[in-house]
Ligand binder design. Structure first.
Ligand code: PMP
Length: 458
């Protein structure tokens, strides 16, 4: 398809400003990206790395266009941010209109309606049928920080618990909450204290039922921390950076019941898994989990920076006035974009699109798994799917992690115009986080590239 052969738009069809297909016209990275990379090396901290150093000039729907004119099929969506599509038309229109009206006042100086509307929408769409309130902030890590702050204030307790393989951010407290030292924490300490890492549920590797995994987690918390000192337990319903682990049935509700019994605030970090990413508004819903507090970020505002802590009104109101906030938190433009995201999810039935993507990806990956014994596990929900790669011949025995295969596949796909992301504690997970705008044809196209890459591994 050339630019002039784009499909005719019907009234209901999204209007794409970039052809929805991949096309590689230079080496990857191309000459202009290489030039920019050289400039970048002079002035951007080496601590900020890029998975694929092609510089992006435009993005629309499921496609990234780089400065050399290459078009990439985007299976990363900015790590699960542009869930409803790049430069989605409603988001663009709402943000542009808001830019004309008011860009900033600071809600804690003079409020505006958009902040209130986002809080109403979050109260409506987060799990749990009870009175809820929110605070809006700028980033996922800041939402985690605030969730912990609020839980401590509410309980008057000190300790914070997380699960093995967790990822919660790059601030001082959240670094202490991450599982992996490298690259997130190494050399950046000392870290915040009173953070405890309990075992979680990783069915592929621990083989435990939800009840057994929960008993192990609770046993750890009771022995090592003591429920009476525990303010909160923070859990990603599907672990993101850890490798898209889907917990065993019953694990999360059992932990919530224990937390409720002992006055511990249980917090769902839905920063990666929330906002229609998994075919539900929030991934917790898949597991029958109704968390006390829910953290949102990433996909909430279609690419603009916004994050939230939402939860039980009595917990959220524990803070004294002035205890929560921040200069840019709940910025009007980001809030206008978030309102447009909620509208797009409803009006375009995007939860169904998540289920469509799951069906297409899962069946394609299962076909590949039959042919390649390096694919150990396939897991995830909606448009949050991953494969865990193991050394050939170990799939039914030791399941030895194969990070080299993931690195090769990511590099191979990039050359073909497909952006795949890696993940996993052992670096051996290939994750698929496409936008809900990605058609089945494009997913199949990406799977063909993956197939070729797997064949090339030998
Ligand atoms: N929690 C989870 C589950 C995440 O996936 C991330 C980001 N990858 C964060 C927290 C941190 O979010 P941010 O990068 O916006 O601070």
């Amino acid at each position: 398809m050339t630019d002039s052969q784009m499909p005719a738009q019907t009234a209901a069809a999204p209007v794409y400003t970039v052809p929805q297909e991949r096309k590689i016209v230079t080496a990857v990275p191309g000459p202009k990206s290489q030039e920019l990379q050289a400039r970048r090396a002079n002035v951007v901290s080496a601590g900020v790395s890029s998975a694929l150093p092609v510089f992006i000039e435009r993005a629309n729907g499921a496609i990234l266009v780089d400065v050399d004119g290459n078009r990439f099929l985007d299976f990363g969506a900015g790590i699960g941010v542009t869930t409803i599509g790049h430069t989605e038309e409603r988001v663009v229109a709402a943000a542009a209109a808001q830019l004309q009206d008011v860009i900033h006042t600071l809600f804690t100086v003079t409020p505006y309606e958009e902040y209130v509307r986002v809080a109403e929408l979050l109260a409506e769409h987060t799990p749990g049928n009870w009175a809820k309130k929110s605070v809006l902030v700028n980033s996922g890590a800041e939402a985690v920080e605030n969730g912990v702050k609020i839980a401590r204030k509410h309980t008057g307790r000190r300790a914070v618990a997380v699960l093995d393989h967790a990822y919660h951010g790059r601030t001082n407290l959240t670094m202490a909450m991450n599982y992996k030292a490298m690259p997130y924490g190494a050399g950046f300490g000392p870290f915040a204290g009173d953070v405890y890492h309990a075992p979680g549920s990783y069915p592929y590797r621990d083989g435990l039922s939800g009840a057994d995994a929960a008993a192990r987690t609770i046993g750890y918390l009771e022995k090592v921390v003591g429920a009476a000192d525990l303010a909160c337990l923070v859990v990603e319903p599907i672990q993101g950076e850890g490798g898209f682990m889907v917990p065993a049935e019953g694990f999360l509700p059992t932990l919530q019941a224990w937390c409720t019994e002992h006055g511990v605030v249980m917090i769902a970090d839905e920063i990666q898994s929330g906002m229609a990413r998994t075919g539900r508004y929030f991934a917790s819903e898949h597991f029958g989990w109704e968390p006390d507090l829910v953290l949102s970020a990433k996909g909430i505002a279609g690419g603009l920076p916004l994050a939230a802590v939402t939860g039980r009104a009595e917990i959220m109101d524990a803070s004294h006035p002035g205890g929560l906030g921040g200069t840019f938190g709940g910025n009007p433009v980001a809030c206008a974009a978030a309102i447009a995201v909620f509208e797009a999810i409803e009006e375009n039935d995007l939860l169904a699109e998540g289920r469509r993507i799951e069906a297409t990806l899962m069946s394609g990956l299962e076909r590949l798994q039959q042919r390649y014994d390096t694919i150990g596990d396939i897991r995830g929900k909606g448009a949050m799917i991953a494969i865990e790669l193991v050394e050939p011949g170990t799939r039914d025995t030791s399941k030895r992690p194969n990070p080299e295969a993931v690195a090769s596949l990511v590099a191979y796909a990039a050359q073909q115009g497909v952006l795949f992301l890696s993940a996993g504690t052992y670096g051996n997970v290939l994750r698929f986080l496409p936008s809900l705008a990605m058609s089945d044809e494009l997913i199949e196209d990406g799977l063909r590239v993956l197939d070729d890459g797997l064949a090339a591994l030998g």
